[in-house]
Design a binder for this molecule. Structure first.
Ligand SMILES: [Zn+2]
Length: 343
């Protein structure tokens, strides 16, 4: 079902970076059968929005940005929700009907996509979306926090649990701590009872990673030496999203039988691998993107058990360009949130 972003919205119009995303007014309509109209209270920025703004995603503008949103049901054309319900939005797009979707594997659907990339997104006053993309808002979270967790926690949860099979007592190395997905990974790994090591170029972010529960944090250059010194024989899991700039050091950090799991490559799309490091160490190199509805439900349960996202800063929707610039300059630790409506 088509996603419709309505009212005031942050619209990607030109591939010139944050300046190409502008506030526009979108017409308002009534929700079609099977969809829910959610009045967005808060949305949040992901690196994906920068790929879009810089013209790297082959998305034809105009497009309303952002995958993450939380708000109040304004009108519902589906029996599962009613006006006034407090909800968060599941950011994976899929058909819900094919064999993969019926098997619960939404990420493998031929119509797989990400909200705000393959459809209009959540940086708007009102979003009409398939009722199956709407979930209850965790009671323990503020609106800003509820908009901060969906994409990064869903992605990091699938990477660490379903893909890398992280167990309590194992050690995980999170590279590029500071990025939303990496901060989510630190919190989730701690929640699962794993020991966490982290890397960052920024001393401030290394400090923040330690405060969030990492045992040790290393500078991004040649971090494998420090990692191997802090472990018996390297780490069980490396959480990757940086790519070529860190992949070799990530491989060097792995223990025998370790797993590298990656959801991104912000430092470039092609990486070189020293093959013997992969096969002599019996290592697994695992790809992952987004997550399934069942994994989103698992994240919601973990939040009920105390897991929390980290909000870096909150900007009003009108200052979306400043919000995007902060992420573009990788100044953030955790999530940059857009406050959409106080009403
Ligand atoms: Zn499908």
């Amino acid at each position: 079902m088509e996603v419709l972003s309505q009212g005031r919205a942050a619209v990607y119009e030109e591939p010139i970076g944050p300046a190409g995303v502008r506030i526009r007014e979108r017409p308002r309509t009534d929700p079609k059968p099977g969809t829910v109209a959610v009045a967005i209270k808060a949305a949040s920025i992901n690196h994906l929005d920068l790929w879009l703004a810089h013209g790297a995603q082959r998305v034809t503008p105009p497009r309303v940005i952002a995958a993450d949103g939380a708000g109040i049901v304004h009108a519902s054309a589906d029996p599962s929700w009613k006006a006034g319900d407090e909800v968060v939005i599941f950011p994976t797009l899929c058909c819900w009907e094919c064999e993969w979707c019926r098997a619960g594997e939404n990420v493998k659907c031929a119509s797989f996509g990400v909200l705000g990339e393959h459809s209009d997104g959540t940086a708007c006053e009102l979003i009409h979306i398939d009722a199956r993309n709407v979930f209850r808002k965790p009671k323990t979270l503020s609106w800003e926090e509820a908009a901060a967790f969906p994409l990064t926690f869903l992605t990091a949860w699938r990477m660490l649990t379903t893909r890398a099979r992280l167990r309590a007592g194992e050690t995980v190395l999170v590279v590029g701590a500071g990025a939303g997905v990496a901060v989510a990974a630190i919190s989730i790994a701690r929640h699962l009872g794993a020991r966490v090591l982290a890397t960052s170029r920024s001393e401030e972010k290394r400090k923040r990673a330690l405060e969030l529960g990492a045992d040790a944090a290393f500078d991004s250059s040649a971090f494998s030496k420090g990692v191997r010194g802090a472990t018996k024989d390297g780490v069980d899991v490396v959480f990757e999203h940086v790519g070529p700039a860190t992949l070799d050091e990530s491989l060097r950090s792995l223990a025998m039988g370790g797993r590298i799991v990656t959801c991104g490559s912000t430092s470039g799309v092609k990486a070189e691998i020293t093959m013997p490091r992969l096969f002599f160490r019996q290592a697994d190199l695992l790809g992952s993107t987004m997550g399934n509805a069942s994994e989103f439900e698992a994240v919601l349960r973990a939040i009920d058990d105390g897991l929390r996202p980290v909000v870096d800063t909150v900007y009003p929707l009108d200052r979306v360009q400043d919000a995007l610039t902060r992420v573009d300059n990788t100044e953030q630790f955790g999530k940059v949130v857009l406050s959409v409506s106080d009403a």
